[in-house]
Design a protein around this ligand. Sequence first.
Ligand code: 2BA
Length: 110
Amino acid sequence: MKLIIAIVNNDDSAVVASALTLEKFSVTKLSTSGGFLMVGNTTLLIGAEENDVPRVKEIINENSRKRDHTAPSVSSFGRGTNKHELSEDATVQVGGAIVFVLSVDSMDKY
Ligand code: 2BA
């Protein structure tokens, strides 16, 4: 069994999750934030059999768009919590999706 961790844009998360559940994959959505832009994104947890991993990745890829995002970046400039020090604008390409695949020893449901 594998655990797929997918970080997707908030605007894509409902479509990605729906597409996965339509094909009978189970999904857990977590509200998360990126450490660089400090804006919200969505992390999906998907437990799946190893032979289903390519299809899960395909669904995520088909439903995740790349976007340019311009925002004041905090952490990349090593600055802390003083808002007056924060902003130098950064434009970065975000996504489509960041996908990690981890091996899972077991999954139990009690
Ligand atoms: P953020 O950390 O907010 O990063 C947003 C985008 O900013 C990234 O898009 C990337 O284009 C850029 N970026 C991130 N860190 C950077 C840095 N140190 N210097 C310059 N540019 C940087 P994506 O690569 O598509 O990542 C989207 C989100 O996925 C990230 O949001 C973060 O939440 C997550 N992520 C990406 N790579 C990760 C990793 N290796 N480990 C954990 N989370 C990751």
